[in-house]
Design a protein around this ligand. Structure first.
Ligand SMILES: Cc1ncc(COP(=O)(O)O)c(C=O)c1O
Length: 413
């Protein structure tokens, strides 16, 4: 009989064991048994005879060979591991789809939920390519997108109409960091039978139990925390049985598949995601606290920071954080802000976040908003130029020293 743990494993324990089925890794004690599912490269799976070939495609689920586009054990192990991180999802018969990028996961989720004539409600702090999907693609298929203030619950409830079939939330917004009241927004949307899609990349299931909090589909860019090493692109969408079935059909029609090599890298990243997130969260908090005490800084947009916007909701709903937050400087212009970025020595300048190394990008979100304005309410008009920091695994004292000398360049510019 298989050995059973004495109590339900906590998330930290699940991270080390998730997705490691003996049929994919071998049975301990037998030749060839390994810890990680090997990279299983396959387009063609071979059948014994025509009867087996005929019965092959009739059942459409992971864990059963059919054809490479439906994956093989390396991809299945990653999908199953991600499902195991969503409390109760596996038991409910739900699952996780994998996509070649986070953007593909957002598109796959949205396209599973809307059809011509429908309305999609999108939070105004959504990641820019989500807006591009709406404006330049869904619109051409007769799907209308309306943007709403991420923090205006009453406005959101009033915006839901009979044609609203899906809602895209992002919390915290990955640039401006507004924390949305996801349980309340989701309840309002579901009462009108709209599908609630949440971009949960910032927190991951370790920091925010998206499906338990009311989302129908929880999307992540695995490129960020799960990969964790800035060397792969991937996305995922997790959902209960009804939406998981729709996600599968859409992904299969659109031919979405991820490579086994990237799936193996993502699975490797997942094993250490918990400790990386803990460390990045602690460092980000220390750095955010230090920045909040500086005269040059107008606002630290970091929901983990006591007193910062969104902190109370974050404390209520989240079980963890990450290293991503933003800072807005007092007055000055983009040139001064750019001088600060260029003076940094320990922060790479580049897109993405969630890797082991710290990154910085300019924060100029004004052009990516339509329902709300930047600077946000409560901010001075002159305080509009900032940076977004992704704090990695370096010593936070070194990062603070680097920021201090770069603030000197900002002042001198
Ligand atoms: C919040 C958020 N969602 C989704 C994505 C898209 O992920 P990917 O780059 O893997 O397509 C990003 C990328 O930066 C992001 O920041």
């Amino acid at each position: 009989m298989a050995k059973q743990p004495t109590r339900p494993p906590s998330p930290a324990t699940r991270l080390t064991s998730a997705g490691r089925r003996p049929e994919w890794t071998g049975t301990p004690g037998q030749p060839g048994a390994v810890v990680n599912p090997p990279v299983w490269r396959a387009s063609t799976h071979l059948y014994a005879d025509t009867a087996a070939l005929k019965s092959g495609p009739s059942r459409n689920e992971d864990g059963r060979f059919y054809y490479g586009r439906r994956g093989a054990p390396t991809q299945w192990a990653l999908a199953e591991a991600l499902t195991e991180l969503e409390p109760g999802l596996a038991e409910a018969g739900g699952g996780t789809m994998l996509y070649p990028s986070g953007v593909a996961a957002i598109a796959g989720a949205v396209m599973s939920a809307v059809r011509p004539g429908d309305v999609l409600l999108m939070t105004d702090n959504a990641y820019e390519p989500s807006r591009v999907l709406a404006r330049h693609w869904l619109a051409e298929f007769g799907i209308e997108t309306r943007w709403f203030d991420p923090l205006d619950l009453a406005g959101f409830a009033g915006a839901i109409c009979a044609r609203t079939k899906a809602v895209l939330l992002e919390s915290p917004g990955s640039l401006t960091m507004e924390v949305q009241d996801v349980p309340a927004l989701a309840a309002a949307a579901r009462s009108k039978e709209a599908c609630v899609i949440l971009d949960n990349t910032w927190a991951s299931p370790l920091g925010f139990a998206a499906l338990e909090m009311g989302a129908d589909i929880s999307v992540m860019s695995l490129t960020k925390h799960v990969g964790g090493h800035s060397d792969l692109m991937m996305g995922s969408a997790a959902a209960g049985p009804e939406w998981y079935g729709k996600l599968r059909r859409t992904a299969q029609v659109l031919g979405q598949v991820v490579s086994p090599d990237d799936a193996a890298l993502a699975l490797r990243g997942l094993r250490t995601m918990g400790v990386r997130l803990d460390r990045e969260t602690a460092s980000a908090l220390a750095i955010a606290q230090w920045l909040a005490g500086r005269d040059e800084v107008a606002h630290v947009l970091c929901p983990m920071l006591p007193g910062a916007a969104g902190h109370e909701l974050w404390k209520r709903d989240f079980t963890g954080g990450c290293g991503l937050f933003s800072v807005v400087f007092k007055g000055r212009d983009a040139a001064a802000r750019n001088a600060l970025i260029d003076a940094l020595t320990l922060f790479g300048i580049g897109y993405s976040w969630g890797g082991f190394e710290s990154l910085v990008t300019p924060l100029d979100p004004a052009a990516s908003r339509s329902a709300t304005a930047w600077p946000l309410p409560g901010m001075e008009a002159a305080d509009r130029f900032g940076v977004r920091l992704s704090i990695g695994l370096e010593d936070p004292a070194d990062l603070i020293a680097d920021l201090e000398q770069a603030l000197g360049a900002w002042a001198a510019a």
